[in-house]
Write a new protein. Sequence first.
Length: 256
Amino acid sequence: MSNRRPYVGGNWKMHGELAAAVELTEDVAAAIGDAVQAVDVTLFPPFPYLQAVGHALRQAGIGLGGQDCSPHLEGAHTGQTSPAMIADLGGSVALIGHSERRNELGEPDALIAAKTRAALAASLQPVVCVGETMGEREAGNALQVVERQVRAALEGLTSDQVGTAVVAYEPVWAIGTGITATPDDAQSAHSMIRSLLGELYDAELADSVRIIYGGSVKAANAAELFSAPDVDGGLIGGASLKVDEFASICRAAVSA
Ligand code: PGA
């Protein structure tokens, strides 16, 4: 990590129920406490719980985000949630391009780019997820795949827009598997992404964008991962549902 402000997201995926979501929010806010002065923390609850979680977060200094958003700003799009609706419920962030959506729902790069533009149009911060599958890694294509995903997601965006975004490198083989990338694996992808930002925009922008790692991050490995120079925090799935684990990960991001 450098002098970039660390960033930790808690991606709750499709877990929980309303009462448990509110309780988890309150407990996480209490456990993180003053650490929020030194780390940006965002919770991504399931959509139906967004408003209740936002309410429970009030005053805690923790951000609220949607796990996805529509590429459309409004209209006849059954089942979709617009970025403006997320904002209306108190959200300020949208997770975009998570591999579970890319793979389970077949979301292509162009759709992810459209969602990123829509989030920005509604003044949401996009957290854009990229990452290779095990097959792509074994074929020696990991960095090319990630580069293609980053280029596609950011296509046509201004440097001011990219400056508000966060990139999450999440190798698919590490998500929910208990297999974590080594700090060196993470660093090589993160430094490639940062160089690419420098090439597409400029060195100052590249130096300022937070690039976070996701994939089986837990309290026991967070400090080591966050010590890599281009790893600016994490996107946390399973461990974000455990209060003490998640709070320790946030504190590890502060100390890195
Ligand atoms: P995991 O998920 O921490 O459970 O591996 C990370 C993610 O999908 O964002």
